[in-house]
Design a binder for this molecule. Structure first.
Ligand SMILES: [Fe+2]
Length: 281
């Protein structure tokens, strides 16, 4: 199963930019890559921070862009989003019984659970008692089935200053994961930085943004808080029973390919044919 993940798109009203960047153009590059190279993806997940300033116009743009995507798209909210505005502009949005933008998809590889960690008035992520109860019920009804969690805010630390703005109900989440014992992977955004690892025994991936990305703020050295207009990264997650792998991929169509002559395909094919052996006997 392939899942195409796009994070922190920070859309703005048409004909405006987000910090000088055309965030709609970058999302369109991602959707174009999805259509051209990954039409076999089961889902496309937008991992929150859909709009930069939560403008109604930005959500309207997003809705019209999604309308031409053939892959099923699932959207999460982030701290830049406004739930009421998003829902007002997205009448088909899926919510739980309490009005949170949370959803479930059951697949041959297990259950995908999409969490709403946005909390009005906070940059940090939260899962209130109602949302925790919803998650516990979704885990319980899928007992014994592998589960993949998608959430804007990471519950894990990345070693960077942004950890102060992470998901704040990690203890409750960890207790639920431990109790139910079937969560296989957590995918999060928010940090505008790609990394991966293991949190309390559960594998995680952290996706970068399609707009600006952050430096590695691992020290308090001056200048480490810089943001960069760098690769326009999306994540391509391949899930099998044996493993999960996440590719970070730059969808910028203007990146420069190196001349193919530098990588003689014939020689590579010969090595493949020898099962990796460098030279023939
Ligand atoms: Fe963001």
């Amino acid at each position: 199963m392939k899942i195409y993940i796009i994070s922190d798109i920070h859309l703005v009203a048409p004909d405006t930019t987000s910090k000088g960047m055309d965030s709609a153009q970058r999302l369109q590059w991602s959707f174009d890559d999805l259509a051209t190279n990954h039409a076999d993806a089961a889902f496309c997940v937008l991992l929150g921070d859909l709009a930069d300033h939560a403008e109604a116009e930005a959500y309207r743009s997003l809705r019209s862009m999604i309308a031409s995507v053939r892959t099923p798209v699932i959207t999460l909210l982030g701290n830049h989003d406004d739930r009421a505005t998003y829902l007002a502009e997205t009448p088909e949005a899926e919510t739980d019984a309490d009005g949170f933008v949370q959803a479930v998809r059951d697949t041959p590889m297990g259950r995908l659970i999409f969490l709403d960690t946005a909390e009005t008035g906070y940059v940090t992520g939260h899962l209130c008692a109602k949302r925790q109860a919803w998650l516990a019920a979704r885990l319980a009804e899928a007992a014994g089935t592998p589960v993949y969690l998608f959430m804007h805010h990471p519950p894990f630390d990345t070693g960077a200053k942004v950890d102060q703005l992470k998901f704040k109900d990690g203890a409750a989440l960890a207790a639920m994961i431990a109790e139910h014992g079937q969560v296989r992977h957590i995918a999060a955004g928010h940090t505008h930085r790609i990394c991966g690892g293991v949190w309390r025994g559960t594998a995680f991936s952290n996706l970068g943004s399609t707009t600006y990305n952050t430096g590695v703020h691992l020290t308090e050295m001056p200048g480490t808080g810089a943001r960069y207009d760098e690769s326009v990264n999306v994540g391509i997650m391949l899930v099998t029973e044996e493993q999960i792998v996440l590719h970070a991929h730059d969808v910028n169509p203007y990146r420069q390919p190196l001349p193919m002559v530098l990588f003689p395909q014939k020689r590579l094919e010969e090595i493949y044919a020898r099962g990796g052996k460098l030279a023939a006997d």
